[in-house]
Design a protein around this ligand. Structure first.
Ligand SMILES: NC(=O)c1ccc[n+]([C@@H]2O[C@H](COP(=O)([O-])OP(=O)(O)OC[C@H]3O[C@@H](n4cnc5c(N)ncnc54)[C@H](O)[C@@H]3O)[C@@H](O)[C@H]2O)c1
Length: 252
């Protein structure tokens, strides 16, 4: 960890009330960043911000649904108005939808909801965060994809297709803004120990861990460590790339 690596910088982290988003916000905060934690879980958000503040981190809360264009746009405008800049945006908000469910039994409404949050939400967060970054000719955008989008996990049609979409978004937009000073990257984690997995069926979890050569779940700290480097000024020659974080499950 580099104390001060993000000194003077301002970051927006979505899904920051819990799990990976919270872990990344805490890590950036410990490295000197002002962090705006955004989530639709208002109570969880208040607790997360209070925890970070208690450990001396400059943190603020913003309640939002990432699948609502007006809310995402307003969130970015508020950050720029209040802090004068937006250096880093991490989109970690996401939902898993149905698991261990063959596509023939998969609910159409659940599919639409998963695509709306995971894919449309990633699009909206990227679209609106980019504007102030392009104006300042500097920025780091990181979208959390998944091994489910890279390799496909059976029984999770909505999740797998939404996360493949996120990976396409990273690649396309990364190239689109490659000369701007803004980078757009992703991380595709295999199974990580977070509250999200409490909603995953035991059979689905077993399937996912068995496929990891290290034979364990990853930790939030391992995701946060890679994320912090990707969104730091040091990572200046990487864009449009989805970094693997899978204990050896994917080696490409
Ligand atoms: N945990 C894993 O094994 C794993 C593996 C690969 C990828 N991921 C991805 O990492 C990200 C974070 O997952 P996690 O494990 O920390 O999950 P989590 O459930 O612990 O946290 C997700 C957070 O997103 C918030 N959220 C959900 N929908 C939202 C919306 N529409 N608007 C705003 N906030 C919303 C939730 O309230 C929650 O606080 C997700 O995108 C997930 O798909 C997780």
């Amino acid at each position: 960890m580099w104390a001060g690596r993000f000194a003077e910088q301002v970051a927006l982290v979505t899904g920051a009330a819990s799990g990976i988003g919270y872990g990344i916000a805490a890590r950036l905060g410990r490295e000197g960043c002002t962090v705006i934690l955004a989530d639709m879980d208002e109570q969880g958000l208040a607790a997360a911000v209070s925890n970070l503040k208690q450990s001396g981190i400059r943190a603020a809360a913003h309640t939002l649904d990432i699948s609502d264009a007006a809310q995402v746009s307003q969130c970015v405008d508020d950050i720029v108005r209040d802090h004068g800049r937006l250096d880093v945006t991490v989109n970690s908000a996401g939902i898993i939808g149905q698991t261990s469910t063959p596509i023939v039994d998969y609910d159409v409404e659940v599919y639409e909801r998963v695509l709306r949050v995971n894919l449309l939400g990633s699009f909206l967060v990227t679209k609106y965060a980019l504007k102030p970054m392009l104006e300042r000719k500097y920025g780091r955008i990181l979208l959390i994809a998944s091994i489910g989008g890279k390799e496909g996990n059976p029984g999770m049609a909505g999740y797998a297709s939404s996360k493949s979409g996120v990976m396409g978004l990273v690649k396309g937009v990364g190239k689109e803004v490659a000369e701007s000073g803004v980078t757009v990257n992703g991380i595709a984690p295999a199974v990580i120990r977070t509250p999200m997995n409490e909603k995953t069926s035991p059979e689905q979890l077993k399937y996912m861990v068995e496929r990891v050569p290290m034979k364990r779940l990853g930790t939030v700290e391992e995701v946060a460590s890679l994320a912090a480097w990707i969104v730091s000024p040091e990572a200046s020659f990487n864009t449009g790339f989805v970094f693997d974080l899978s204990g050896g499950r994917a080696t490409y």
